[in-house]
Design a protein around this ligand. Structure first.
Ligand code: FAD
Length: 321
């Protein structure tokens, strides 16, 4: 039976959703394989380990060390290499997040192993595992196989459906001592921008505003709509450049890549660089007063109109439900 390591990623003490999607992705690689979760940190990891089990991990290895308090590729790299040496897994899977993008190539290159980054689907074809990933900023998809003994994969958030949480699932949780030394990068403090509500990169619904929103205040109805739908607010670079909102909200080629179930683009023209970050969303609704706006070419539903009239109407109607 092959072993499939899933590296858990936490934020503010809780596991990120993409970790649960990575567990499901591991099972797609080998449905009979043993999914082994790996958690690194310096505090209590038991509750996160249990969560990994509830979402499908067969067992979880928790590595605690003072040098694993915050993520560094050196620290986490040493911890995960130690698990790889012990377990000889067939695959290592994690989210295509800032940490996943940083950590997996470093370990894969040390092991001279193949890496599929940003996988959106995984299928088994005979004795081959075929990975799908977007290329050319999402305009095309390529299918790839890995020929090395170990496969590294990062999975794009919101693409592979996680298993349902099942509290009756049980699995062994063990701790492992690893000497994490020679850390040249020391994180003194993490100052996180205060962002309330749903994490943009994992949101199922995104209401995004562009230059058409016209001001910081113009984002308020978009926030209200996003809150009603349990979603997050995003933005085009046009809106960020105009200082209507923070750059942390930027979606696109040089911003975040998102694939929510529903993307509502308000006052966004649909420049190619913006589409690169959102065109793989499952359903796209565009609100723009210019019927020729390029965003309508990727939209499933288009509303030609003034967003300051359309968005309040949507809010009113949703409140009635
Ligand atoms: P505009 O193009 O100005 O469009 C505003 C739209 O709002 C128009 O279509 C207008 O009809 C509509 N509108 C105006 N008023 C209303 C109203 N009241 N109601 C309804 N509609 C209204 N852009 C990104 O978004 N993300 C990126 O990551 C990114 N990376 C880039 C990287 C590079 C190297 C370069 C060169 C550019 C990049 N850009 C990126 C910028 C991109 O090219 C566009 O300039 C930007 O996306 C435009 O933003 P916008 O659609 O908000 O603004």
């Amino acid at each position: 039976m092959s072993k499939l390591l899933v590296i858990g990623e936490t934020r503010d003490g809780s596991l990120r959703n993409v970790t649960f999607e990575a567990i499901a992705a591991a099972k797609k690689i080998d449905s009979d394989g043993e999914v082994v979760g790996v958690l690194c940190g310096n505090g209590e990891l038991e509750s996160q380990a249990n969560e990994m089990v509830y979402y499908g991990a067969d067992r979880v290895i928790a590595i605690k060390h003072d040098n694993l308090k915050t993520y560094t590729s050196e620290g986490f790299g040493q911890a995960i290499m130690a698990v790889i040496n012990d377990e000889s897994p067939a695959a290592i899977v994690m989210g295509h997040t800032a940490i996943g993008k940083d950590l997996t190539p470093k370990i894969a290159s040390k092991l001279e192993a193949g890496l599929i980054s940003d996988a959106t689907d995984i299928e088994v074809d005979g004795d081959k595992v075929v990975f799908t990933r977007p290329i050319y900023s999402g305009k095309a998809f390529e299918k790839k196989i890995i020929t090395s003994d170990i496969t590294f994969v990062t999975v794009r958030p919101n693409n592979i459906t996680a298993f349902d949480r099942d509290e009756s699932r049980t699995g062994e949780i063990s701790s492992k001592d690893v000497e994490v030394t020679d850390i040249r990068t020391v994180i003194k403090d993490v100052i996180r921008k205060v962002s309330e509500g749903v994490d943009l990169s994992e949101a199922k619904v995104i209401v995004a505003g562009g230059r058409g929103v016209k001001s910081e205040d113009g984002f308020k109805p978009l926030q209200e709509l996003a809150d009603l739908l349990g979603g997050a607010v995003g933005a085009s670079r046009g809106a960020c450049d105009a200082e209507y909102c923070d750059y942390s909200l930027q979606i696109g080629q040089t911003g975040k890549v998102v694939t929510p179930d529903l993307y509502i683009a308000c006052g966004i023209s649909g420049a190619i660089q913006h589409l690169a970050g959102m065109s793989n969303s499952k359903v796209i609704v565009a609100i723009n007063k210019d019927p020729e706006a390029n965003i309508f070419n990727v939209a499933d539903y288009g509303i030609v109109g003034d967003l300051f009239e359309v968005v309040p109407m949507l809010i009113e109607e949703i409140k009635k439900i």
